[in-house]
Design a protein around this ligand. Structure first.
Ligand SMILES: Nc1nc2c(ncn2[C@@H]2O[C@H](COP(=O)(O)OP(=O)(O)OP(=O)(O)O)[C@@H](O)[C@H]2O)c(=O)[nH]1
Ligand SMILES: [Mg+2]
Length: 362
């Protein structure tokens, strides 16, 4: 399951966005440090392909992919030194797949900004620095015993790789740069998969704008925010609008979005952006019992994908039958077979987004 940790200064709209995303009702009020304990919410990934397939195959139920969001307290300048609520609560997002920065662009006087001004670029610098300092603490803690271990004759290959990776990373962090700037070799990369650092995770940016800015182009708003982010990493939304949308049924929300000239909910865009930056793909199984989405990583082969359904399917994989979801909706499984739209694939087949798959195994 994709998991995303939400970070930002206090009072920038983190909990408002979390509530709209997860349709929950945690405190989101106009004072800094409103959130103290972390909030975790799991939401289904909207996917119309599943609905269409389920209708075609008269499935008993639909099981969507899910995303987990973790909303934590706001970070302030000096958090690593104990300012604000400190930085210990960052441990709650250490194991997430990606970090989502909520950046405040909305300029409403009544809503307190802890820095007393609206400046997303500087806000991001403050947050990143605090993440860098939190990582530094983690790395130093780990390096201390490792420094001794690698000198002993019984040092393992893994210890040496981790030691050299962390040494490189510490050098980068000490420069106030993100750990992902460190150039690691293959072995170091591999060992670092077992050691989570906040500043090695992919980043997403939510620009929380005033409602009257919502139809501006993404590139314009990125430039206005002054942040170094690619459009794929950025989602534009207005938290107070998302809050309204979350309280509407799907049809009303769709109509309201159309009148505002917005293609989709910011929250749907955020989930899509998460899948995209992490290179996640979806394949589908569909029959009378259920239609279900399965999350895989770009490049996963048919046996690896089958292993998501059951680990025995990976080990005992023989072959799979595959068709594109749209063809299945248009022609049915039998129709796909007759029209040559159904592929019989082996172990090397790389599963594509939107593939409907039947696995044969022993
Ligand atoms: N006008 C306007 N107000 C917003 C918007 N987003 C959030 N707010 C308001 O800003 C205040 C703070 O929002 P929260 O969601 O609690 O902020 P937070 O980032 O979770 O804050 P902490 O938990 O204190 O770190 C609330 O009063 C929200 O209603 C927005 O897009 N426009
Ligand atoms: Mg909050």
């Amino acid at each position: 399951m994709l998991s995303i940790g939400i970070v930002g200064l206090p009072n920038v709209g983190k909990s408002t966005i979390f509530n709209a995303l997860t349709k929950s009702n945690v405190d989101a009020l106009n004072y800094p440090f409103c959130t103290i304990e972390p909030n975790t919410g799991v939401v289904k990934v909207p996917d119309h392909r599943l609905n269409e397939l389920a209708a075609k195959n008269v499935s008993g139920k639909i099981i969507y992919a899910t995303v987990e969001f973790v909303d934590i307290a706001g970070l302030v300048r000096g958090a690593s030194q104990g300012a604000g609520l400190g930085n210990k609560f960052l441990s709650n997002i250490r194991e997430t797949d990606a970090i989502c920065h909520i950046l405040r662009l909305f300029d409403v006087h009544d809503i307190i900004h802890v820095e007393g001004r609206v400046n997303p670029k500087e806000d991001l610098e403050i947050i990143r620095l605090e993440l860098i300092l939190a990582d530094t603490e983690q790395v130093m803690k780990k390096l201390e015993p490792l420094n001794k271990i690698v000198k002993s004759p019984s040092a393992q290959k893994e210890d040496k790789a981790l030691h050299s990776a962390l040494t490189k990373i510490l050098a980068v962090l000490s420069n106030n740069e993100m750990a992902n700037k460190a150039e690691l070799d293959e072995e170091e990369e591999k060992i670092m998969k077992t050691f989570s650092l906040l500043t090695r995770k992919p980043e997403l940016f939510v620009l929380n704008v005033d409602q009257n800015q919502i139809t501006k182009s993404k590139t314009e708003l990125i430039a206005q925010a002054g942040i170094d982010a690619t459009p794929d990493q950025v989602v534009i939304l207005c938290a107070s609008l998302e809050k309204e949308l979350a309280n509407m049924n799907d049809a009303d929300a769709k109509e309201y979005l159309e009148t505002l000239g917005i293609p989709e909910k910011g929250l749907d865009a955020l989930i899509k952006a998460g899948y995209k930056i992490l290179n996640y793909k979806t394949f589908i199984t569909s029959g009378e019992i259920e239609t279900r989405a399965w999350t895989i990583t770009d490049g996963d082969t048919a046996p690896v994908a089958a292993g998501k359904i059951h680990s025995d399917f990976e080990k005992g994989f023989i072959r799979a039958e595959v068709a594109n979801w749209k063809d299945v909706v248009d022609f049915g499984w039998g129709g796909c077979r007759e029209k040559g739209k159904l592929g019989i694939v082996g172990k090397d087949y790389v599963v594509k987004d939107g593939d409907v798959m039947v696995v044969f195994h022993n």
